[in-house]
Design a protein around this ligand. Structure first.
Ligand code: GDP
Ligand code: MN
Length: 345
């Protein structure tokens, strides 16, 4: 039986995981001090639906020092240990090969063209940091697995199993709950850079990869499909591998984080799609998630009842036209969750 269809929710709620069975894993959040009240809501959701039974640690990262109020409240809310890290300047600034005047002109131009976050300098540092550095922050080196949490997210169902344990036991390296098409204007040359990398580094391209998720013409062009990286559960060891680091460095030298507005979502997704075997990427139907403006509500009424979900299934984005999730099922040749036809409209 394909492990993708053998998810714990289909077999009834498993017993609580004794802490001795925990994986070497942490939650990780990049945030500013003024994100406090929105990240507080996210933590409350994660704790109530999952972590109060597991007590995993939580790492907070910031390009400025966290203030005491931020530390006090988040430490009170998280049931595991909390750690607060300052991002080193080298990871949140311009590399020497970037022409900063050119970058500033791009921001001006994107502002006029009203491209989302197109005029923001900090957003670009954030995307570059999430693409290439968070997993090598010294606090993260203590862990093998991460779960990314952003401010203002919601979890609509109980998480009745340990997703970290699931990743380990099923040899998964990267996972997602929502996928969609990227705005072309933010990544016009990302695929050119990717092809250049592939040509120079054939040894890093996995056999049996997910190229068909990313491209409709065998790799000639990018179809803009990506996993939405504000939710991610994944392997830090994979991100720290030569393959991933070489990919990131190659993209970073091409300059598109600053000369365009490359997001960490397409960067992680292209990496997962090409550097991992397709079986190593997992879709968590059971994890019900909201980040403005999209909802993943689990397909299958029994699953939603078992997990005490309160999302409206008609809000589920998975089977709508702008989602790439059908494509994921198709290229992996796995059946869509039971109830999909009924709920897909
Ligand atoms: P969006 O989801 O693409 O609209 O972007 P967000 O505003 O949610 O930012 C993505 C993540 O990066 C969130 O966890 C933010 O808290 C964090 N973030 C964004 N900009 C900054 C920044 O300038 N400094 C820090 N420390 N965190 C940031
Ligand atoms: Mn966000």
């Amino acid at each position: 039986v394909d492990p993708n269809t053998q998810t714990p929710a289909n077999t009834g709620p498993p017993p609580l995981t004794p802490s001795g069975d925990r994986v070497n894993a942490t939650f990780v959040t990049l945030a500013r001090n003024n994100d406090l009240w929105e990240i507080a809501k996210s933590i409350r959701e994660v704790e109530d639906r999952f972590n109060r039974n597991y007590h995993y640690d939580w790492v907070f990262l910031n390009d400025k020092p966290f203030d005491d109020e931020f530390k006090r409240l988040t430490s009170a809310l998280v049931s595991g240990k909390t750690h607060y890290g300052l991002i080193p300047k080298e990871h949140w600034s311009y590399p020497e090969w970037i022409d900063q005047d050119k970058a500033a002109k791009v921001r001006e131009d994107m502002k006029e063209r009203k491209i989302i976050y197109g005029d923001s300098e900090s957003y670009r540092h954030m995307c570059r940091y999430e693409s290439g550095f968070f997993f090598r922050h010294e606090l993260m080196l203590n862990y093998e697995w991460y779960w990314r949490v952003e401010p203002s997210i919601q979890l609509f169902c109980d998480i009745s199993f340990d997703p970290f344990r699931y990743m380990v036991d099923n040899k998964k390296k990267y996972s997602f709950v929502l996928s969609l098409y990227e705005y072309y204007e933010t990544i016009p040359t990302l695929w050119d850079s990717t092809k250049k990398f592939m040509k120079a580094n054939p040894q890093h391209i996995a056999e049996g990869n997910s190229m068909a998720f990313l491209s409709d013409d065998g790799g000639e062009t990018y179809n803009k499909c990506h996993f939405w990286s504000n939710f991610e559960i994944g392997s830090l060891e994979w991100l720290r591998s030569d393959a991933y680091i070489d990919f990131f460095s190659s993209l970073d030298h091409d300059g598109g984080f600053f000369y365009e507005r490359w997001g960490d979502a397409p960067v992680h997704s292209i990496a997962a799609g090409l550097l991992l075997k397709k079986e190593e990427i997992h879709f968590f139907n059971e994890i019900a998630y909201y980040h403005v403006p999209f909802t993943h509500c689990p397909t299958g009424e029994q699953t939603r009842l078992d997990l005490k979900c309160h999302c409206n299934p008609s809000d589920n984005f998975d089977w709508k036209g702008y989602s790439c999730t059908s494509r994921y099922f198709h290229i992996n040749n796995i059946p869509k969750p039971e109830g999909y036809e009924k709920e897909a409209n």
